[in-house]
Design a protein. Structure first.
Length: 252
């Protein structure tokens, strides 16, 4: 299960506020997170497929997505606060008035001044879209890098699963007649532990896992289908422009 929030772009209802504050901030932040549910999920799916193919090639039904759960959970628990800070107040904040007068189009529907109103978010939508993307990409990059607690937990799970898979492979390759010969003679098959070999195998698994996870930010760029920038036509796969503008303007 991938417990991201259900997209709320169409579920949220307008709230009477004077500017983008309170419920407006919550609604717009949550809408962006909801929109990114599908692209982020697809990125983790692709990473899980790579883990299965490269580290568990002989297990056709290996659930590599479960190994990424610590990272997914960390993203879910931190993404709202991070996205809100990236949009409000890091960029969109404050009043639009100049010399006590609202410029034409402010606060709604199309405010050419960077401020904390819905009209400003609409006018500077390419910037807003890039902020949402850039936060998501940066959050995933941090979570998928060595040194982060969630990454360490995921890596540990992959290493343990790979070791168990290797042991199962050894058991399948062991000759039945050899087992019978040993047990029939009253002996036991004691596991032979070659610690340098085990260490090398673990390090190899860690390097493969790191290489796969380092591609996650690039996978998000591919999912969003475009050059990450503030250009008008950038990120067509992660824009939702018409629907987002309409939703933003439900807030006064």
């Amino acid at each position: 299960m991938f417990p991201f929030a259900v997209p709320i772009l169409l579920l949220a209802s307008p709230v009477s506020v004077l500017a983008c504050e309170g419920e407006c901030i919550v609604g717009i932040t949550s809408a962006w997170l909801g929109n990114y549910t599908s692209p982020v999920y697809s990125v983790f799916q692709l990473a899980a497929e790579q883990i299965s193919q490269k580290l568990f090639p002989h297990e056709s039904h290996h659930d590599s997505m479960s190994h990424l759960q610590p990272i997914i959970s960390a993203y879910n628990s931190s993404s709202y606060d991070g996205m809100e800070r990236a949009i409000f107040p890091s960029y969109f904040h404050g009043k639009c008035q100049r010399n006590g007068v609202d410029p034409l189009g402010c606060p709604n529907p199309d405010c050419p001044v960077v401020c904390g109103t819905p009209g400003s978010l609409v006018h500077f939508f390419p910037t807003l879209r890039f902020i949402a993307f850039n936060y998501t990409r940066g959050a995933l990059q941090q979570l998928c890098s060595p040194g982060h607690e969630a990454y360490t937990q995921a890596e540990r799970g992959v290493v343990q699963a790979a070791a168990a898979s290797h042991r199962r492979g050894d058991k399948r390759r062991r000759a039945p007649w050899f087992e019978y010969l040993i047990s029939g003679a009253g002996g036991e098959l004691a596991p032979r532990r070659n610690f340098p070999s085990l260490w090398k195998r673990e390090e190899s698994v860690k390097k493969v896992f790191e290489a796969i996870m380092s591609e996650v930010p690039k996978l998000l760029e591919q999912a969003c289908r475009g050059d990450p920038s503030e250009d008008v036509n950038a990120l067509p796969g992660c824009s939702w422009e018409a629907a987002m503008k309409a939703f933003i303007l439900t807030f006064p």
